[in-house]
Write a protein that binds this ligand. Structure first.
Ligand code: TXA
Ligand code: MG
Length: 329
């Protein structure tokens, strides 16, 4: 199968719709990362997405809908706090998990009785979702466990030959996946951190819990238990306080002929002043936005990525640290 990267226009949207209606999968941009979408009503189409990615079949998918889609047709109960959160933050990088009413294929949620729903804000995503006017089950458009894709070229390099069309919406601004929020209980609980932070949710909903997976416990969000976001090269991770040690390792490896790069934010870059650097930028939004982009750049040119964690680890940095830790396992 030949894979084409197409600009988002009338022709590519019509083609994408035909592919979706015939049970195929289309890669599309969102404000977080690229998704690989299929018709959520079509079990074969959804199962095919798991095959294309090599995704474990107990890790459920998020359903994406356009901003005027009536989600009460898909879920049985939407709590008041979710309605308030939707008003404040949607369309945007917040996925809410509800009790499903069983309309979409059981393959989407891998047999769970819940359904994760996301309304992305990216203009290209909205155009695609409006054009097909169906709930679209979409994981990130990477080979399972690899770094999530934030450009059409990243999708191409993972999925070339496995899908027909990648809709090109440029580089994703957000850069890390949406916050996943369990909305089935009395208070919302974060299952995966992202750009919509715990503080932002608590401000609107009054309270917000955070789910931490304990050793031996069954994951409430099955995606949490898997190795993830790993670049195709060796990695190491140091705390901000250990940055001198990181630089020592950097020098040692480069002197031994192993090309090592340091991945860190701009503040750290100024302090350590080394030559081979993957600079994530200054602000927390820049750092999130550049994380996967720089990990993918790094795996191309480095044999080893030595990451140094940012000093500040609050807010958006909770999500960044979650990905960085898993990437460097
Ligand atoms: O930003 C995003 O969320 C991107 C873009 C493409 O929208 N999508 C994404 O999908 O990151 P994926 O498949 O890579 O991650 C989905 C996460 C997993 O951690 C999964 O376990 C969780 O959402 N999830 C999906 N359905 C769930 C459910 N019913 N209950 C609990 N967790 C669920
Ligand atoms: Mg993913």
């Amino acid at each position: 199968m030949q894979t084409r990267i197409l600009a988002i226009d009338e022709n590519s949207l019509n083609l994408s719709k035909q592919i979706i209606l015939h049970g195929g999968a289309v890669a599309f941009p969102t404000e977080t990362v690229y998704g690989l979408g299929a018709n959520a009503f079509d079990t074969n189409a959804v199962e095919n997405v798991f095959k294309i990615k090599g995704r474990p079949n107990d890790n459920p998918l998020i359903v994406h809908v356009h901003k005027n889609y009536d989600i009460s047709t898909l879920v049985s109960y939407v709590p008041e706090y979710s309605k308030k959160l939707a008003k404040a933050y949607l369309p945007g990088p917040l996925t809410m998990v509800y009790k499903s009413c069983g309309k979409v294929s059981g393959a989407v949620s891998c047999g769970l009785d819940t359904l994760a729903i996301r309304i992305p804000s990216h203009e290209g995503a909205q155009k695609f979702l409006k054009h097909v006017n169906l709930p679209i089950a979409a994981p990130s458009a990477n080979i399972s466990k690899h770094v999530s894709p934030v450009t059409a070229e990243h999708v191409f390099s993972d999925l070339n030959g496995r899908i027909e069309v990648i809709l090109d919406g440029g580089k994703c601004e957000g850069g890390i996946e949406s916050t996943v929020l369990d909305c089935t209980g009395d208070i919302p609980v974060i299952l995966r951190s992202g750009l919509i932070t715990r503080e932002m949710i608590a401000k609107i909903a009054g309270e917000c819990g955070e789910y931490v997976l304990k050793d031996g416990e069954k994951a409430r969000s099955p995606g949490m238990k898997y190795k993830h976001y790993s670049p195709d090269c060796k990695t190491m991770l140091f705390n901000f306080d250990e940055r001198d040690k990181a630089v020592e390792e950097y020098s040692k490896f480069n002197n031994d002929g192993i090309s090592a790069y340091i991945l860190c934010d701009n503040k750290t870059a100024k302090l350590i002043n080394v030559e081979k650097i993957l600079n994530l930028g200054e602000t927390e939004c820049e750092i999130a936005s550049n994380l996967y982009f720089k990990l993918r750049e790094g795996e191309k040119k480095a044999q080893l990525i030595i990451a140094i964690a940012p000093e500040n680890q609050d807010g958006v940095m909770v999500g960044v640290m979650n990905r960085l830790t898993k990437a460097c396992k």
